[in-house]
Design a protein around this ligand. Structure first.
Ligand SMILES: [Zn+2]
Ligand SMILES: [Zn+2]
Length: 193
């Protein structure tokens, strides 16, 4: 994991929000929409946003007394593998999240040194770096939470034939292995009178 405390944010980075245009008076709002290339490793093992594919962010920033409340909706394409039949699948990502980013130096959300574990706000509140907000950690969390651990190509995907490992969808309706397997044929012959 990257250490966001010591990372210097680039205001032009795709997932960094610049709040300089947002007045620091509670209630002030700014909305923006941008399409950015998806960062690497955005997703889970079986389903993910392809790196570099377009990710569209619709963001509302609202000044509150402690900082900036960000509401974001992220849409994009997903590619993955069906957990049952292992064939490629595509899907659409549409996830929303909301996060409060405290102004730098806002004592209300500073963890007490030596008692970091006891600060329940630590996870719930992001921290601004000057006028900048790094949206990436929360965006990653929201996307990963929204994705299925075991994606399936369709709700009634029948999966694979356990004998030959081929997807049932690609096998003829009468597919079975009883006739084709000589051991079964021999057994059947034994049963005959
Ligand atoms: Zn499937
Ligand atoms: Zn089979």
């Amino acid at each position: 994991m990257r250490d966001h405390q010591t990372t210097h944010l680039d205001p032009r980075a795709p997932l960094v929000l610049d709040t300089r245009d947002l007045p620091r008076s509670p209630g002030a709002m700014r909305a923006l929409e941008r399409t950015v290339p998806a960062p690497a490793d955005l997703g889970l093992e079986l389903i993910r946003v392809p790196e570099g594919s377009p990710l569209t962010l619709a963001v509302t920033m609202q000044s509150v007394s402690e900082g900036v409340l960000v509401s974001a909706t992220v849409t994009g394409d997903l590619v993955g593998e069906c957990g049952r039949c292992l064939r490629d699948l595509t899907d659409h990502l549409d996830v929303s999240f909301q996060q409060l980013y405290a102004y730098e130096g806002n004592a209300m959300f500073e963890a007490v040194p030596g008692h970091e574990d006891e600060s329940p706000e630590e996870d719930e509140v992001g921290r601004m770096q000057g006028d900048l907000i790094d949206l990436e950690p929360e965006l990653r969390d929201a996307v990963v939470l929204a994705l299925p651990v075991n994606p399936i190509c369709r709700p009634d995907c029948p999966g694979l034939c356990p004998e030959c490992g081929e997807p049932w969808d690609e096998l003829p309706a009468d597919h079975n292995h009883e006739q084709a397997d000589p051991r079964w044929a021999a057994l059947n012959q034994l049963k005959e009178p």
